[in-house]
Ligand binder design. Structure first.
Ligand code: NAD
Length: 575
């Protein structure tokens, strides 16, 4: 009511700009007004369903898979809340049955990028002015949809479009995605409460503002959860985003975009732009309003984006924040005191789950001579039991690799090893893309610790073993640390406590996520913040408070109650 009166008075007393401004500020403050400090309950990690025979979740997921597979949908871009069909389309197929079409996706280009930048900036004023608790409410609701009524849809879409088994889909498209959203909201509430010291007579405050401009979120094919988090984390902080999903994961990603709408995300806060990398990337990075890049994908793409931002730096209104998580050449390093059974299980899961297409997948292993024979016998016996095939057959442990391009690249490494004098294929090595892009779990043994498959990220179901002499542990650790340019994940296996300490120290910079007697995959939000350094990225730890801070720009405010009225200092007085 007082605002109404103010407005009334102003209209009649003056038309001047200053008064207009006061009115607008007052109006905005009214919108921002909160009558309490709001607290977000510390979340717990979303529990996983087992999908074991006889469970209702299994029946429900199978039903949803069948429904979704029976229709071909159209995937438009979503700009300012509106569906945009460009007519430049591409088929979305299942990797494990590439003759089966799931969707037609409309690909965007420069025109749609321009529309999206405008829509985002338009949405930004109101979104940034919303109190933080109102913004996170949207994402908390989205988390409940992910873990509730949309769970089957998110899992089924991830299984069909990215060829994940029910377990692999469940732990991320449901579990990790809900965790990212809930913990993101909680971290933000903790940041907001973090305030500076105020001495007597002074009130110091820090306000956590979103960045000015828009965030460019660029996501990889391999995790629906990462894709959903890349635009959502900055958006919770009050930012607006242009989200470029991977065309290889666009099916599940589109359903998440629809879910956000149902959760109440205002139009234009996140704009969904499917398309080829450079058709979207080039025009986006030419916008003066770019305020940040939130990227997960390969080192090559990240280097390209970073260089482009560097070249365009004079164009931008602000220095863009650059956050990127990239590749890995993740290791398992065994000591001769290791428990062989747990080493076998960890290596098998870390190397072959989701067909080795995890940035954290174990793809090189160092094993001492004294335990090699026992390990080899047990490991190969288990690998031979792995079933590869259609993910709708729940007895399969592995599905197909994502695309023809991936299939050709991975099988190229296998052929290289087959033809090399320095390597032997101990298991697998077969592949067949007649129906789906299937590659058998492959184990290579090499005599050369710097062999190509020990150094380069393959991103497929291939692990290479190198055997070291027991009394050359230090040399072997040096090799492990220096062979690849990455430093994402790594695991050591040992029972000898002195050795655990020695190896932990030696590998301090070799991995951002380090595991002791545990596989190097499967990081959980709020338990093992995820990311690596060297060529694995900026290590801003997705799903942690460290990441959220990157999307905020603090404003320090100092207010004094009794401002000095004499400019002179006491030391200047006469003796
Ligand atoms: P990719 O680099 O091929 O693609 C990632 C995204 O970048 C896609 O959306 C792609 O379309 C886009 N892109 C490509 N060129 C672009 C350009 N010029 N402008 C704008 N966007 C462009 O990676 P991918 O194959 O989707 O994912 C696999 C890679 O991601 C692996 O290297 C893996 O290790 C890495 N990864 C890392 C993490 C991590 O947390 N460190 C997590 C998952 C995946």
């Amino acid at each position: 009511q007082s605002l109404e009166i103010l407005h009334f008075d102003l209209q009649f007393s003056s038309e001047s700009c200053i008064f207009q401004k006061i009115y607008l500020t007052a109006k905005l403050q009214e919108k921002e007004m909160s009558n309490a400090y709001f607290r977000i309950q510390e979340p717990t990690n979303e529990p996983y369903h087992s999908y074991a025979p006889g469970t209702p979740e299994r029946a429900s997921l199978k039903k949803r898979l069948k429904e979704m597979k029976s229709e071909v949908i159209e995937i438009p871009a979503i700009i300012g809340g509106k569906e945009v069909r460009t007519g430049n389309t591409e088929d979305v197929v299942m990797p494990h049955n590439h003759g089966h079409k799931l969707a037609t996706v409309h690909l965007c280009g420069e025109k749609e990028v321009k529309m999206a930048v405008e829509a985002a900036l338009e949405a930004q004023r109101e979104w940034a002015a919303l109190p933080w608790e109102e913004r996170v409410a949207v994402f908390l609701k989205a988390a409940d949809l992910v873990s509730g009524s949309w769970r089957d849809t998110m899992n089924a879409a991830t299984m069909l479009g990215q060829s994940k088994t029910p377990h692999q889909a469940e732990i991320e498209a449901a579990g990790e995605l809900a965790d990212f959203l809930r913990f993101g909201a909680w971290y933000l509430s903790k940041i907001m409460a973090d305030q500076p010291h105020s001495p007597d007579g002074v009130w110091n405050r820090v306000e956590y503002r979103p960045l000015e401009g828009f965030i460019f979120a660029v996501s990889p094919f391999n995790f629906t959860a990462i894709a959903g988090n890349l635009p959502s984390a900055p958006a919770m902080c009050g930012n607006v985003a242009l989200w470029k999903p991977s065309t290889e994961a666009v099916y599940s990603n589109y359903f998440f975009m629809k879910l956000l709408k149902e959760a109440g995300l205002p139009d234009g806060v996140i704009n969904f732009l499917p398309g080829r990398g450079s058709s979207i990337g080039d025009p986006v990075l030419e916008s003066r309003h770019l305020s940040g890049l939130h990227f997960t994908g390969s080192e090559r793409t990240f280097n390209h984006l970073w260089k482009t931002i560097g070249n365009n730096i004079d164009m931008y209104d602000t220095y863009p924040r650059i956050v990127g998580e990239t590749g890995g050449k993740d290791f398992i390093f065994a000591h001769n005191s290791a428990n062989i059974e747990s080493l076998v299980t960890a290596t098998l899961r870390a190397a072959f789950e989701y067909q080795g297409q995890k940035c954290s997948a174990a793809s090189r292993m160092y094993i001492p001579e004294s335990i090699m024979e026992e390990f080899k016998e047990k490991f190969l016996a288990e690998v031979s039991k792995i079933k590869v095939g259609d993910v709708e057959d729940f007895s399969n442990f592995m599905g197909a690799v994502i695309s023809k391009k991936a299939f050709e690249s991975i099988t190229g490494y296998i052929d290289y090893a087959r033809d090399s004098e320095e390597a032997e294929i101990l298991a697998g090595g077969q592949y067949d893309d007649s129906e789906g892009y299937f590659i058998q779990p492959t184990v290579i043994l090499t005599s050369n610790p710097k062999f190509k498959t020990m150094k380069e990220e393959i991103f497929g179901p291939v692990i290479t073993l190198y055997v070291y002499k027991d009394d050359e542990l230090d040399e072997a650790m040096d090799l492990c640390d220096s062979t690849s340019p990455y430093a994402l994940t790594g695991a050591i296996f040992a029972r000898d406590r002195h050795m655990i300490k020695k190896m932990s120290d030696r590998f301090r910079q070799s991995a951002g996520n380090f595991y002791i007697n545990e596989k190097p995959t499967g990081a959980v939000v709020n338990q093992q913040p995820f990311g690596g350094s060297r060529k694995s990225g900026t290590n801003d730890k997705a799903g942690s408070v460290m990441n959220m801070l990157r999307w905020l720009s603090a404003r320090s405010i100092k207010e004094v109650s009794d401002a000095p009225v004499d400019w002179r200092y006491p030391y200047m007085d006469e003796e």
